[in-house]
Write a protein that binds this ligand. Structure first.
Ligand code: IFM
Length: 474
C-alpha cells in the first residue's frame, strides 16, 4: 500500500476524539545555544567535555539549533498536523546556577515557543526536568543531596507561574530511573558518577523533587494538569527457574515498582528495600506523603522488554552503554540480560509491542484511577537518505504502528489512555551515543540543519488526520 492510499482510507481503529496525538523532544538534545542569553552550564555540558563519555566525543553545543529555528520547527509540526508537542525546559536557562534570580531571557524563549505553538493550534506539554541539572547544583552534591529537590520545586514554581496561564499539561521529572541510575550508578550519563548507594539517594530525591514541585505548582493554580513520568519495561524471566523468576522480580522492582509504588501507593516495595539492605537508608518522616501527592495523570515512556536470567554472566545487557560503565542495577548486579531473539532497533533494543499492552493493563489493574499518557515511544534505525532526498524508514513506521495498535487495544480493554507522543519529533543528540542514533520522525542533516519528514512522519501525519489506524497491517 502506498502512503497516498494509506492517507485516504477511512480508519477502522478509531481513537477517542480528545486523544492527544503528539511528538516529544528534550531541551539539551535539540536546542544548542548553550552559552546564549545567559544560560548557565548543565551537568551535560561538563560531561560531554570529558574524554570517552560520548561516542566520537560529540556534544550538543549546537545540537539541531532549535533555539534559533523554533519557529520553523513549529511550522513543521503544524504541517504534520501534530495536536500536541512535548518539550522540556532547560533549568540552567531559567536559573543559571540552579537557584536564585530568574534569567528572564531564558524564560522568554519558552514563552515565545508556547505562543508559537498555540498560534498554530498545537497543545504545549511541558516537562520540567529532562536531565540537564545546573552544574552548580551538582557541585553542591547533585541529586544525592536532599536540598536539590527543594531547589527543583522553586524552579518548577517559576516556570509554572510564567507559563501556567497558557500551558495546561505538565510533567515534572522525565524518567527518574535514568537520571538516578545512569547518572549516579553506572556513570553512563551525566554526571558520570559510579556510587550505587548515592544513586539510591538520587532516585529518592528525584521523587521528592517531583512531589515538592507538584505541591508548589498546585499552590499557584489548580487548573493545570500535572503528572509524573516514568520509563517502564516489560520484564520476563528467561525460564521458569527460581533464579530467573527472582531476577525478574528484582529488575521489575528496581525499574518499575520502585517508582510506581512510591508515586501511586506512597511506599517503596518491601522486597526492593530488602534487596538493597543497608543501602535503603534514604527515607525520612513525611517523604512518602510528599512523593505520593495525587496526580492528574501518569506519563509512561515505553521502548522494550527485558528478558532476564539469575545466572550471572549471561548474554550482554540489553541496556549496555556505548562507553565503559558500571551497572545501573543497584543491588542486582548479578542479574544478566538475555537476548530473547526478537528483532532489535539500532540501539539493540528488542521490539515488543506486547510489552506495552502488558504494562498498560497492569497499570490499570494495580494502580487504578490514574489517567495514562504514552509520553515517549519510538525507535532508532540506521536511516538512509535516497538520492531524491527521502527517508523510507519502514521499520520505524512499523514500530510506531504496532505500538499504536497496542494502545488502541488497551483503550478497548478499558485502560484510561489519553495520548501518545512519538519519540522523537526530530533526530537529535542521543546522550552518550551522540548523533549516531536517529530516533526522529523528521530527518535532520547535521551539516546543514535541513529537516525532512521521513516516511514515518508522513504516515503518522495521516494517522493523526484520520484520528485512527487503518485495518490490519498489510
Ligand atoms: O532520547 C531518549 C530520551 O531523552 C529519554 N527517553 C529515551 C530516549 C531514547 O533513548
Amino acid at each position: 500500500m502506498t502512503t497516498q492510499e494509506t492517507h485516504t482510507q477511512s480508519p477502522i481503529l478509531v481513537f477517542p476524539t480528545d486523544f492527544a496525538w503528539g511528538a516529544a523532544t528534550s531541551a539539551y538534545q535539540i536546542e544548542g545555544a548553550v552559552s546564549e542569553d545567559g544560560r548557565g552550564a548543565s551537568i551535560w555540558d561538563t560531561f560531554v567535555r570529558q574524554p570517552g563519555r560520548v561516542v566520537n566525543g560529540e556534544n550538543a553545543d549546537v545540537a539541531i539549533d532549535h533555539y534559533h529555528r523554533y519557529r520553523d520547527d513549529v511550522a513543521l509540526m503544524a504541517d504534520l498536523g501534530l495536536g500536541a508537542y512535548r518539550f522540556s525546559v532547560s533549568w540552567p536557562r531559567i536559573q543559571p546556577d540552579g537557584s536564585g534570580a530568574v534569567n528572564v531571557k531564558g524564560l522568554d524563549f519558552y514563552s515565545r515557543l508556547v505562543d508559537e505553538l498555540l498560534a498554530k493550534g498545537i497543545d504545549p506539554w511541558v516537562t520540567l526536568y529532562h536531565w540537564d541539572l545546573p552544574q552548580a547544583l551538582e557541585d553542591a552534591g547533585g541529586w544525592p543531596s536532599r536540598d536539590t529537590a527543594q531547589r527543583f520545586a522553586d524552579y518548577a514554581a517559576i516556570v509554572h507561574d510564567a507559563l501556567g496561564d497558557r500551558v495546561r499539561n505538565w510533567s515534572t521529572v522525565n524518567e527518574p530511573w535514568c537520571a538516578a541510575f545512569l547518572g549516579y550508578a553506572s556513570g553512563e550519563h551525566a554526571p558520570g558518577r559510579r556510587e550505587p548507594a548515592k544513586a539510591m539517594h538520587a532516585a529518592h530525591n528525584l521523587l521528592r523533587a517531583h512531589g515538592l514541585a507538584v505541591q508548589a505548582m498546585r499552590a499557584q493554580r489548580q487548573d493545570t494538569r500535572i503528572g509524573g513520568c516514568v520509563n517502564l519495561y516489560a520484564i520476563s524471566p528467561q525460564t521458569g527457574s527460581e533464579a530467573d523468576v527472582d531476577a525478574a522480580r528484582r529488575i521489575d522492582g528496581l525499574q518499575n515498582r520502585f517508582f510506581l509504588d512510591a508515586l501511586l501507593k506512597g511506599a517503596y516495595p518491601e522486597d526492593v528495600l530488602q534487596d538493597l539492605g543497608p543501602m535503603a537508608d534514604f527515607v525520612r518522616d513525611g517523604d512518602m506523603d510528599v512523593i505520593s501527592v495525587p496526580l492528574d495523570m501518569l506519563l509512561i515512556n515505553y521502548y522494550s522488554r527485558f528478558t532476564v536470567s539469575g545466572v550471572p554472566g549471561g548474554a550482554a545487557s540489553a541496556a549496555a552503554a556505548p562507553t565503559d560503565s558500571g551497572s545501573p542495577w543497584v543491588g542486582s548486579e548479578h542479574v544478566s540480560f538475555v537476548n530473547a531473539g526478537r528483532p532489535v532497533t539500532a540501539m539493540g533494543w528488542e521490539i515488543d509491542d506486547s510489552g506495552l499492552y502488558e504494562i498498560l493493563l497492569r497499570l490499570a489493574r494495580e494502580y487504578p484511577r490514574v489517567p495514562l499518557v504514552i509520553s515517549e515511544n519510538g525507535a532508532a534505525f540506521d536511516d538512509v537518505v535516497t538520492e531524491a532526498g527521502a527517508v523510507l524508514d519502514h521499520e520505524r513506521l512499523a514500530y510506531i504502528e504496532a505500538h499504536l495498535r497496542t494502545c488502541h487495544a488497551a483503550i478497548e480493554a478499558g485502560v484510561p489512555l489519553q495520548g501518545y507522543f512519538a519519540w522523537s519529533l526530530m533526530d537529535n543528540f542521543e546522550w552518550a551515543w551522540g548523533y549516531g542514533k536517529r530516533f526522529g520522525l523528521v530527518h535532520v542533516d547535521y551539516g546543514t540543519q535541513r529537516r525532512v519528514p521521513k516516511e514515518s512522519a508522513l504516515w503518522y501525519s495521516g494517522t493523526i488526520r484520520r484520528g485512527g489506524l487503518n485495518g490490519p497491517a498489510e
